[in-house]
Design a protein around this ligand. Structure first.
Ligand code: AMP
Ligand code: MG
Length: 421
């Protein structure tokens, strides 16, 4: 028994011929070992990358107590609680140009938003409530010590772990790193992913279609899905259903990539020679997953590369990619934050047929109805070869393993295709 097989066979409910989606995910999670190599890049170039080190704040952000509003900085202890207080303005503090000097009892300083709080002051009275008559400043009752003042380190305090290694760097994190004065940051190296299509019936775009051929569309959807994950791509084209050609392709891919994604060639009948080949080249598990579309799938290791053998049907490729490959590649890339796709609960606009005992990924359109409530309906034909169903959809309707038929108005789980990246 291969070592992969030993590990996955310990997983509860592991049956390669009827594998629930969640169990297949658990098996992949149990096996993947993330990359750990880092490279240093400029902060802007780190957008979309995985942070490679903990970022600890070496400074306070903000560095000084400062005013949150335009107004007058005052000593709160000067202020009367039962009526107006008259103070004397002794200077002005701007953002980036502080007030030099002290503020004695009975005095105040004109301050702009972001200005360092003048020494001795502890509150800012907003300009809208103040009456200024020359340097005579009249402050109404009802002010609180500490009001409209931002404290040093209130955003990020010295010594605090601001960002943990393994998280995705988004626009907010770029700004956060810049606010600490960082110019460069360590990120995990990019994954290299090789991908190819298999099938004697496949024609490449730009060539005329012969009888019985179909254009190779999977390599385009795979390209799009992989490119969005930010990996380096190695496009290996179309490989014929020929053991020698496949062996060459697998060896070449394994020598240069962290992961290999192929489409086609794993369905019953075809799997026989692929299986014989892959068992010889590496450790590969062949699964029949309890799902629709996308039942057959191969997963394993060929030399140093993880291998995902996806089904050939164009919708099944996308469903299995989003269901398994996406998470596996994010884990491999070193992500440790929660990258699972959110499932929303939305009423189904129509009845849906569903057999218990498999997870279905129906293609749906999430839309706002007349009463402004969100509902979901399926796109037309749900055949696993009908790629139009993916193009028309903006979400998957995920019908869980045990679920049976859905009535109109029942809540269903929805996974939106495009999220805030
Ligand atoms: P397979 O899994 O190889 O048996 O393929 C299942 C179905 O998907 C067949 O109808 C294939 O013609 C189709 N198919 C396989 N690969 C591709 C591809 N790269 N592009 C478009 N259709 C494909
Ligand atoms: Mg095929």
């Amino acid at each position: 028994m291969s070592s992969l097989q030993q590990i996955v066979s310990c997983i509860d409910g592991y049956d390669p011929d009827a594998l629930p989606v969640e169990t297949a995910r658990a098996a992949i999670r149990a096996l993947i070992v993330p990359v750990s190599a880092n490279e240093r890049v400029a902060v802007r170039a780190s957008l979309g990358r995985v942070l490679g080190e903990d970022i600890v704040s070496t400074v306070n952000v903000p560095a000084h107590d400062n005013s949150a509003m335009d107004g007058w900085a005052v000593r709160a202890s000067d202020l009367r609680s039962d009526g107006e207080t008259v103070l004397r303005e002794v200077g002005v503090a701007y953002a980036g140009r502080k007030f030099e000097g002290g503020v004695k009892p009975g005095e105040c300083v004109r301050v702009m938003t972001g200005a360092v709080m003048p020494p001795g002051t502890d509150a800012v009275v907003i300009q809208e409530v103040v009456r200024a008559e020359g340097d005579r400043i009249v402050v109404p009752a009802g002010q609180q010590a500490g009001q409209n003042r931002r404290l040093a380190g209130e955003d990020l305090a010295v010594g605090r772990v601001v960002l943990r290694a393994g998280r995705l760097l988004r626009p907010a994190e770029l700004g956060l790193m810049a606010s600490l004065g960082l110019a460069e940051v360590a990120v995990r190296r990019k994954l290299r992913v090789a991908f190819f299509s298999t099938g004697d019936e496949l024609a490449s775009v730009g060539t005329p279609l012969k009888e019985g051929e179909v254009y190779d569309s999977n390599r385009y959807t795979l390209y799009g899905m992989l490119a969005r994950l930010g990996v380096e791509l190695i496009d290996m084209g179309v490989v014929r259903d020929d053991p020698a050609a496949l062996e060459r392709a697998f060896n070449e891919a394994a020598a240069s990539a962290d992961a290999i994604v192929s489409s086609g060639g794993v369905s019953v009948g075809e799997a026989d020679f692929t299986r014989e080949l892959l068992v010889r080249l590496g450790e590969v598990l062949f699964w029949k997953i309890a799902m629709r579309p996308g039942r057959p799938m191969a997963f394993g290791r060929i030399d140093g590369a993880w291998f995902f053998g996806l089904p050939g049907n164009p919708v099944a490729v996308m469903v299995t990619f989003y269901g398994f490959v996406r998470d596996a590649l994010l884990a491999l890339a070193g992500r440790t934050d929660d990258y699972s796709l959110p499932l929303l609960r939305v009423p189904s606009a129509t009845a849906l047929r569903k057999k218990p005992g498999r997870t279905e990924f129906q293609r749906g359109i999430l839309e706002r109805g007349a009463n402004a409530e969100w509902t979901v309906r399926i796109t037309g034909s749900q055949g696993s070869g009908v790629l139009r169903s993916m193009s028309e959809a903006n979400c998957f309707i995920v019908l869980e393993h045990e679920r049976s038929d859905v009535k109109a108005g029942d809540l269903v789980s929805v996974q939106v295709f495009d999220g805030l990246a």
